[in-house]
Design a protein. Structure first.
Length: 135
């Protein structure tokens, strides 16, 4: 079975290529936006005959400040774009083997675009689902 921390670290390393975006691998008590939070959410075992592959799912929450709503929304839009310099999809898929710890890694979708409250502070946020195939 793949090392979940190694997969999480690989995803975080890919996200760290986005200029100005902080990346954390553990859910922070007080996020400091703009920030991407890498969370492990699910694993599906036995995807081949000899138990050599599993599908791991990660949720990436991207939070931006809401002090100026227009600026915050434009910033979040850039992270959600499929091909901008700030694109979460583009960054994660820039190294699809996560430096050799996975067979493949893709962003399957973005959802939950809107306001999010964390520790009584409202942020603009979007959540990305990432599918990783690994042994």
């Amino acid at each position: 079975m793949a090392d979940i921390q190694a997969l999480r670290t690989g995803i975080a390393a890919n996200l760290a290529t986005i200029p100005g975006l902080r990346v954390v691998k553990d859910i922070p008590d007080q996020p400091n936006p703009p920030v991407a939070i890498v969370q492990f959410t699910r694993v599906e075992y036995h995807l081949d005959m000899q138990n050599g592959m599993a599908e791991y799912t990660f949720a990436i929450q991207v939070l931006v400040g809401r002090v100026d709503e227009r600026t915050g929304q434009r910033n979040l839009d850039a992270y959600c774009s499929s091909d901008s310099a700030s694109s979460v999809r583009r960054a994660i898929e820039s190294n699809r083997t996560l430096s050799g710890v996975a067979f493949d890694c893709i962003v399957t979708d973005m959802s939950s675009y809107g306001s999010m409250v964390m520790n009584d502070i409202t942020y603009l946020a979007a959540e990305f689902s990432v599918r990783v195939l690994a042994s």
